[in-house]
Ligand binder design. Structure first.
Ligand SMILES: Cc1cc2nc3c(=O)[nH]c(=O)nc-3n(C[C@H](O)[C@H](O)[C@H](O)COP(=O)(O)OP(=O)(O)OC[C@H]3O[C@@H](n4cnc5c(N)ncnc54)[C@H](O)[C@@H]3O)c2cc1C
Length: 409
């Protein structure tokens, strides 16, 4: 155990996910002394979504970094399809959205996080500690004054930001009230090799009792098999052959299912859907999944987390840079701004759980015909802009208003 040392900085961010890294980049860009703690050794981890949406690309564009980011290997989704029976239906068309990069860029999340970390390191105010886990909050007269790490180190800061994800230790330590929205699904993830196609074929497939999201990553499919919460043991008990057969029936385009050679190739990820009723207390703020855990439905959690980070820096970077003492009074404004988009997205996710996923997962009949709304969308291309705007741009998109050190706002 490391000896207790006391380090004093302006902003301590616990968690180097999309929310924490983007907040780290923006605060240090403004000249605010920022330390990000990430408990893992690197950004490689179980699949948690590879989607960079048009709204996030617009933010990188505002930072002058979009071209550099897009120089990294990635795929582009311009139209999202659903496959039902033998038909493929176009549901969301991104390429006509009024935004500088009208597509979803697919790139491994660790590439995105490595990129943000490299950009942030260019600012002298930025520091990142890997393999450093925040375990406790330090309180002073009921105000959060820093964190204690697993190594016993004390880090004092003017503000602690919990960006430690949906199992956030810090939000629990801050004793903030949580509303659990009871996600009814879990997800099994696996990869299946494929041939490269000219167009990206990312989309969803519905079959008897089966919903599969298929992310086209060029030479493999990243597959999400959706199951009712808590039923993974039942799926496994039916055996791997039965699992592969169920997938083959729903998604005949997956021809290399023999790549799933054991259950070790199939990762179970538990889905949460919740939100804090109060996102802050003096000296402390929760953002991203730590404030509102998102379902994978729509693949928007990363983008919402990044939007939170942008809004946080817009609100606080300048006062912190000026050394304002009254930042506690500003903290509730972040929730005022971001609760509405959070509620809106979670309401749509709950509706999709209830009206699309539940009926499919609970059904034993073959689904041969697409639901009416899908058929209407497929037929009227103009309407495909609506789901594209909801997913790709979202509700109340944020823009960079936090300053760069040396610039006035
Ligand atoms: C199965 C699944 C699939 C998903 N697919 C998609 C998708 O395709 N697209 C999409 O946009 N969203 C997707 N999501 C949602 C998305 O993953 C989250 O909404 C998003 O990652 C939230 O970002 P975050 O930075 O708030 O938290 P996280 O990404 O969870 O990052 C938190 C970070 O904090 C670190 N950490 C945790 N505790 C501590 C601690 N005590 N001290 C220091 N570090 C700590 C963690 O190691 C992690 O790096 C998916 C979610 C699930 C569960």
């Amino acid at each position: 155990m490391r000896a207790t040392s006391i380090i004093v900085i302006d902003v301590l961010i616990a968690g180097g996910g999309p929310a924490g890294m983007m907040a780290g980049l923006l605060f240090s860009r403004a000249g605010v002394r920022t330390l990000v703690l990430e408990k893992h050794r690197d950004f490689l981890r179980d699949f948690r979504g590879d989607t960079v949406h048009p709204s996030t690309l617009a933010i990188f564009d505002e930072l002058g970094l979009a071209q550099k980011l897009l120089a990294l290997p990635h795929d582009e989704v311009r139209v999202l399809h659903a496959r039902i029976g033998k038909r493929s239906l176009a549901l969301a068309r991104f390429d006509e959205l009024p935004t500088p990069y009208p597509f979803i860029a697919l790139m491994p999340q660790w590439d995105l996080l490595d990129f943000v970390a490299a950009e942030a390191r260019a600012y002298p105010a930025f520091a990142l500690r890997m393999e450093c886990e925040a375990t406790e909050l330090i309180f002073e007269h009921d105000r959060v004054a820093g964190v204690r790490t697993k190594d016993g180190e004390e880090i004092r800061s003017r503000l602690v930001i919990a960006a430690d994800g949906r199992t956030s230790v810090l939000r629990r330590a801050a004793n903030l009230p949580l509303e659990d929205l009871a996600a009814p699904i879990d997800v099994m993830w696996f990869r299946v090799p494929k041939e490269r196609t000219k167009e990206n074929e990312t989309g969803g497939t519905i079959g008897r009792g089966t919903f599969l999201a298929l992310i086209d990553r060029g030479d493999y499919w990243q597959c999400a098999f959706v199951l009712a919460k808590g039923t993974a043991d039942r799926v496994r008990a039916r055996g791997l052959d039965s699992f592969r057969a169920q997938i083959a029936r729903a998604a005949p385009q997956l021809v290399h299912l023999d790549a799933i050679s054991s259950w070790n190739d199939v990762k179970l990820l538990s889905v949460s859907l919740d939100r804090l009723k109060t996102w802050s207390r003096p000296g402390f703020l929760a953002i991203g999944d730590a404030a509102h855990a998102m379902s994978p439905v729509g693949g928007v959690g990363i983008n919402l987390a990044i939007q939170d980070a942008v809004a946080t820096a817009n609100l606080l970077a300048e006062p912190l840079m000026r050394g304002d003492l009254a930042i506690d009074e500003l903290l509730p404004q972040l929730q005022d701004r971001r609760m509405f988009p959070t509620r809106a997205v979670q309401s749509v996710q709950r509706a999709i759980h209830r009206f699309v996923l539940d009926p499919v997962l609970g059904s034993d009949t073959e689904i041969t015909e697409a639901p009416l709304p899908f058929r209407v969308l497929d037929r009227i291309a103009l309407l495909q802009r609506i789901p594209a705007a909801l997913v790709g741009i979202g509700v109340r998109p944020e823009h960079i208003r936090s300053p760069r050190a040396g610039e006035s706002v």
